[in-house]
Design a protein around this ligand. Structure first.
Ligand SMILES: Nc1nc2c(ncn2[C@@H]2O[C@H](COP(=O)(O)OP(=O)(O)OP(=O)(O)O)[C@@H](O)[C@H]2O)c(=O)[nH]1
Ligand SMILES: [Mg+2]
Length: 278
């Protein structure tokens, strides 16, 4: 993911021809940095000379990343409630399981809500994770109301004074307004008993710039508090993290790096930026 190492090697090598610049810009675009951002970096690289280039680019990149808190919300006096949302197949259910694993490592008690009631297989998938990780999963009748499952789970989490409730929702196309409205309903119903602390949007890093469009559309329907960027293991294109934060202002809280429950890392802006230059 050493996005900028090629750029620096080339520039330090001395004369940079216009085809070199074009090639560098293309490689930035190919990393999913986005055309506008790539052009800005090239503009900086052309303008700033010598040893100051590193810090000029770092300053720009830092300003593109979200200034918002990246840590997961935590309450001490009531369960912390997390809703997991996103388009189909981005890794919501797997990320839910990963979060359970992460929280259990910190000795937290967790309850899951299978609010993807449309597919029996979706409920089974979450139940399998629940068995494996030793956490209870609240389910409802097939094709039942997702909001009612989420509400039942919130009631249980509250009465049992658990630390976290994670609500796994069905995948939905960001272009389907009816389904998007349903997320708002789940939220409103849960909030009759417990405030929602986090709405985490799961974005598949391999979908590139489309992930930004997804994020913007979801933001119109529900207040997204953070992103989980999945499948980073399958993508050498690290630029998407910068692009999506710059476009949305929403902080990436975790990255997914594989299919098992342990493959989740809190996103560190510092490590990420270092990785781009290494
Ligand atoms: N390589 C890799 N695969 C992942 C990652 N996260 C999820 N997956 C895989 O992506 C596929 C879809 O994951 P799910 O968790 O079922 O996705 P989902 O968003 O819940 O899907 P729907 O509920 O159908 O919308 C599965 O095969 C997962 O194993 C990741 O970080 N890396
Ligand atoms: Mg799912």
């Amino acid at each position: 993911m050493a996005l900028f190492s090629k750029l620096f090697t080339k520039i330090r090598g001395g004369s940079t021809s216009s085809s070199d610049w074009a090639e560098l810009e293309e490689s930035l675009i190919a990393s999913d940095l986005g055309a506008k951002n790539a052009a800005e970096i090239i503009e900086i690289a052309k303008r700033v000379k010598g040893d100051e280039l590193d810090s000029a680019i770092t300053t720009a990149l830092e300003s593109w990343l979200s200034p918002n808190n990246r840590s997961l919300a935590t309450n001490i006096d009531r369960p912390t409630t997390i809703m997991i949302v996103g388009v189909n197949g981005t890794g919501k259910t797997t990320s839910t399981a990963k979060l359970v694993s992460y929280l259990k490592e910190g000795r937290k008690s967790v309850l899951l809500a299978a609010a993807d009631t449309f597919r029996a297989a979706a409920v089974e998938q979450l139940e399998t994770w629940g068995d494996r990780l030793g956490v209870e999963v609240v389910t409802g009748p097939p094709n039942g109301d997702p909001a009612s499952v989420a509400f039942d789970a919130a009631t249980k989490a509250k009465s049992e004074q658990l630390d976290y409730l994670i609500i796994d929702t069905a995948g939905r196309l960001h272009t389907k307004s009816g389904l998007m409205d349903e997320l708002g309903k789940v939220r409103r119903v849960v909030e009759k008993t417990l405030p929602i602390d986090e709405v985490l949007l799961v974005v598949d890093a391999t979908t590139g710039q489309n992930g930004i469009i997804q994020a913007k559309t979801f933001m119109e329907s529900v207040a997204i508090t953070g992103l989980i960027l999945t499948k980073m293991d399958g993508s050498a294109k690290g630029g998407i993290a910068l692009a999506i934060e710059r476009e949305t202002g929403v902080p990436i809280k975790f990255i997914g790096t594989g299919e098992s429950a342990a493959d989740l890392e809190p996103f560190s802006a510092e490590n990420y930026l270092n990785g781009l230059f290494r």
